[in-house]
Design a protein around this ligand. Structure first.
Ligand SMILES: [Zn+2]
Length: 57
């Protein structure tokens, strides 16, 4: 499984990895702001996607 956390404003991929991360942990990595659109990373749940490591058909 690959977990991704995206910015709600611009869709920038803030985190991508094999383990799920909390929004708070992801916000800490970037200093609380999205590096692309500079909007604050909110505490409430943002888009977290889990995908299987399979090739697209
Ligand atoms: Zn953003």
């Amino acid at each position: 499984m690959v977990y991704t956390v995206r910015c709600v404003s611009c869709g920038f991929e803030l985190y991508r990895g094999p383990e799920p991360k909390t929004v708070e942990a992801v916000a800490k990595i970037w200093g609380g702001y999205c590096p692309k659109c500079l909007s604050p990373i909110e505490r409430r749940p943002i888009k977290i996607a889990a995908k299987l490591l399979t090739r697209p058909r």
